[in-house]
Write a protein that binds this ligand. Structure first.
Ligand code: NAD
Ligand code: TYD
Length: 339
């Protein structure tokens, strides 16, 4: 089987490439990535020499390029991770989110129609459901929860999901969609909560917690997400949406304190900063469908996953120090100065 993995130089796509190359040496993986600020060839370094891996630099929204690639590679399966993925960036500059997340998805779907594939899998997010109130711990997102987005990021991801389902219904493209909760683990770009807090704490810099730090996220170790996608692609039913999450809700403050504890750093580093506009209060996934249909369950408990993650950042300092020493400095200034 030949699989085009888009966005494979990013956090989850990179972990997925590693997972698949090791698990299925007989399959071929072609990674298509634009190498935006979030794409990093060092993430792919461990697989670059594998005979069944190929990297191609390009933009999923570049129609002639994508069509040429499909013509040449004739993939059986496409797994689309490529996206602009950071909510805060979508608030300061929404345009590129529409371009990559919506137009890019549309181009990939057209290429699938034109060249024929056995499966197009769209990697979506639980953020398409909006948020849940803090005082209703009995509520969870199911696949039937209406789309109700808050940020330009989540609106662009929901738009892409609608397009994917339209191509299934109208053109019979064999699609699946997964909507996962917040991931954490190795190769996570340090603009996101957990790696940002690890990097700042290791540099004894303030840890910027938005608002009161009471917002709740449902954390999943990235390898559990990769395993779920693999299962959906191989055994999931065409035309279906699968939620992925492991009932692991934590307030942001809880997460930040856990990181500090793991690193042996003081809670005095915590600094409360102005809240994110439109900040979603709580995400919580009901994973019953993927459990019942595909037997998926998360394998890594948060306590173990966070230890492994902190260890990875300690053992792989060049990977993230390289990132935070470059253009990231300007981003950080703009996003956090005087906040
Ligand atoms: P990321 O920002 O770390 O990586 C995105 C990758 O896509 C980068 O390598 C980037 O270079 C590439 N890319 C961006 N625009 C592109 C384009 N136009 N053409 C080709 N490549 C392009 O993101 P991530 O956290 O790994 O997320 C991957 C996917 O999973 C996204 O679709 C995201 O919406 C979804 N998701 C993420 C989470 C999470 O917690 N991070 C949770 C659920 C779903
Ligand atoms: P993030 O990692 O950006 O993921 P998402 O917004 O997609 O859930 O943020 C996770 C939570 O952490 C979210 O509630 C916002 C909060 N947060 C902070 O408090 N401080 C920060 O510096 C960042 C990046 C996020």
């Amino acid at each position: 089987m030949k699989i085009i993995v888009t966005g494979g130089a990013g956090f989850i796509g990179g972990n997925f490439v590693h997972y698949m190359i090791n698990k299925y040496p007989e399959d071929e993986i072609v990674c298509l990535d634009k190498l935006t600020y979030a794409g990093n060839m060092e993430t792919l370094e461990p697989v670059m020499e594998k005979p069944n891996f190929k990297f191609v630099k390009g933009d999923i929204a570049d129609r002639p390029f994508v069509f040429r690639l499909f013509e040449e590679e004739k993939p059986d399966v496409v797994v689309n991770f490529a996206a602009e993925s950071h909510v805060d960036r979508s608030i300061s500059d929404p345009g590129i989110f529409l371009q990559t997340n919506i137009i890019g998805t549309g181009v990939l779907l057209d290429a699938c129609r034109e060249y024929g594939i056995t499966r197009y899998h769209q990697v979506s997010t639980d953020e398409v459901y909006g948020d849940l109130p803090l005082d209703r711990p009995d509520l969870f997102f199911t696949e039937e929860t209406p789309l109700h987005t808050s940020s330009p990021y989540s609106a662009s991801k929901a738009s892409a999901d609608l397009l994917v389902m339209a191509y299934y219904r109208t053109f019979k493209v064999p699609v699946t969609i997964s909507r996962c909760s917040n991931n954490y683990g190795p190769y996570h770009f340090p603009e996101k909560l957990i790696p940002l807090m690890i990097a700042n704490a290791l540099n004894d810099k303030p840890l910027p917690v938005y608002g009161k730090g009471e917002n709740v996220r449902d954390w999943l170790y990235v390898e559990d997400h990769c395993r779920a996608i693999d299962l959906i692609v191989r055994k999931g039913r065409v035309g279906e949406v699968y939620n992925i999450g492991g009932h692991n809700e934590r307030t942001n403050l809880d997460v930040v304190k856990t990181v500090l504890r793991e690193l042996g750093k003081s809670e005095d580093l915590i600094t409360y900063v102005t809240d994110r506009p439109g900040h979603d209060m709580r995400y919580a996934i009901d994973p019953t469908k993927i459990h019942n249909e595909l037997g998926w369950l998360p394998e890594t408990k948060f306590e173990d996953g966070i230890k492994k993650t902190v260890r990875w950042y300690l053992d792989n300092k060049p990977w993230w120090e390289n990132i935070i020493s470059g253009e990231y400095q300007n981003y950080y200034e703009k996003m956090y100065k005087n906040r």
